[in-house]
Design a binder for this molecule. Structure first.
Ligand code: TYD
Ligand code: MG
Length: 451
């Protein structure tokens, strides 16, 4: 019998040691997990193309050969379609729609005349058939395989010569000769390494689905992300229909593209006009609501920010919650409103919500957040037909933001005819799409924006 020995893997960074160390010396955390490996069994690694010296100009370009998934938003996030022989990791919370997205993509690729295998370790074939029926797609020529043993999956792939293989999910596939349980660090790493090798040798594209842990990182070691060509994250609020696909790594395109979908009864639908989706339920002229143009990757998008300020009766520390925004940024804005604008918010409960389940990271949204709160506090609506954009600094100044022209165009498209924006942006603004109200400070913005 083959000898096994213990190895300690860090489930955060992939650090490996054969001696128990108590904690991971790289992440300094209690993240080491013991696993058993077969002492002699060396895992295959992608060894390049035989190490031949090749002139760069002689290597055929892959650019023209991109495959069409039939889903425009997915093609765009990938940089214009799927590159043959690439390995794409698709991560996201359970239930967010990863299997749905990739089944739709599989059927789209089949419709293009490509040979595709969908390997499922999570569902039975009957369940997969039901899902396809729900999507209204028959996908007669899609090969499906319900298996979790790597060697069997590999031999089926080698027999069938597909152009694309979907693995749903990496956490369920295992190499039984390595021992351990499916989804363990070593299993995920070894299976992925073998898939990458197969992809490069046989020019097969792999889509690998990976679940995300509670902390929001892809389960399994970070090195999984290093091994693959693209990492896509599928995000959204499970209780809302809106979904967004972002590339966090892309060896064949930019990472600033994003794909926007809604999850409907008939599967994922591409959203042509996301601003309309986010503003559709917007109550007109109610206090505590501000519209702001944010950049979602390269695309401007209008979203509604809602703020609610109400006296706190709990007697303890007032409640502060922010959904879709960083709570630390929100606390900073509350402090600026208090100190620089003079709003006494200390004893108020404050709630902030970005409508529609969008998560906003950019500071250009500051002005809209601060004004939504001030509008709720004063119980007066903000000016109708107006949007607000600007970063707010600690002294209450309104600082310039980037890509203003695109933001204004999107506003104009959606019927907004006025925009409050940072004075510092005025000089660089060539075309004025609508009425512009420049402001230098939050106090000035508040004076000019309440109805
Ligand atoms: P799923 O693709 O199974 O998520 P994941 O693979 O990321 O775990 O999608 C799960 C949810 O999507 C499920 O709760 C039901 C919903 N759904 C729809 O709303 N419409 C559909 O057509 C399909 C197939 C699923
Ligand atoms: Mg799934």
């Amino acid at each position: 019998m083959a000898k096994t020995k213990s190895v300690f893997n860090c489930h955060e960074c992939g650090y490996k040691t054969y001696k128990w160390a108590g904690y991971c010396p790289v992440c300094k955390g209690d993240t080491l997990i013991e696993e058993q490996v077969i002492a002699a069994g060396k895992s295959p690694r992608f060894s390049g193309e035989g190490g031949e010296l090749t002139l760069l100009e002689q290597i055929p370009s892959l650019e023209q050969e991109r495959l069409n998934t039939g889903i425009k938003e997915l093609n765009r996030v990938l940089g214009g379609g799927v590159v043959p022989g690439s390995v794409v990791l698709v991560g996201g919370d359970p239930g967010i729609g990863k299997s749905t997205l990739l089944l739709q993509a599989a059927l789209g690729l089949v419709a293009e005349g490509l040979q595709v295998i969908y390997v499922t370790g999570e569902e039975s074939l009957a369940q997969l058939k039901m899902r396809a029926a729900r999507l209204g797609l028959s996908g007669e020529s899609l090969f499906v395989l319900a298996d979790t043993e790597y060697s069997r999956i590999e031999s089926k792939i080698k027999d069938c010569h597909p152009q694309v293989v979907i693995i749903d999910s990496i956490q369920t596939v295992m190499k039984s000769e390595l021992g351990g349980i499916p989804g363990s660090v070593i299993q995920i790493r070894e299976v992925t390494a073998s898939l990458v090798q197969m992809a490069k040798k046989k020019q097969i594209t792999f889509f690998i689905i990976g679940h995300v842990t509670k902390e929001g990182v892809l389960a399994g070691p970070r090195i999984l992300e290093h091994m693959v060509d693209c990492v896509l994250n599928f995000e959204g609020d499970r209780y809302q229909t809106f979904r967004i696909l972002r590339a966090t790594k892309n060896r064949f395109g930019s990472t600033s593209e994003s794909g926007i979908f809604t999850m409907e009864a008939g599967g994922l639908m591409e959203v042509q006009n996301p601003s309309a989706l986010f503003l559709s339920e917007r109550p007109s002229s109610s206090p505590g609501s501000a519209v702001t143009p944010v950049m979602e990757g390269n695309r401007p998008l209008l979203v509604e920010i809602q703020g609610l300020v109400s006296p706190s009766y709990s007697g303890g520390i007032p409640r502060r919650t922010a959904t879709g925004l960083d709570i630390n940024r929100a606390s900073m804005l509350i402090a600026v409103l208090e100190k620089r604008v003079g709003l006494p918010l200390t004893s108020c409960d404050i709630f902030i919500n970005v409508v529609g389940g969008v998560r906003i990271m950019e500071p250009a949204v500051d002005l809209a957040v601060a004004l939504a709160l001030a509008s709720s506090y004063r119980d007066r609506p903000l000016k109708a037909g107006t949007m607000f954009v600007g970063e707010v600094g600690l002294t209450g100044e309104v600082r310039p933001v980037g890509r203003l022209e695109g933001r204004l165009q999107e506003g104009q498209k959606m019927g907004y005819d006025c925009c409050l924006l940072p004075r510092g942006n005025i000089r660089s603004l060539l075309k004025k799409e609508m009425e512009i109200v420049p402001v230098s400070s939050l106090a000035e913005a508040l004076d000019l924006s309440l109805d």
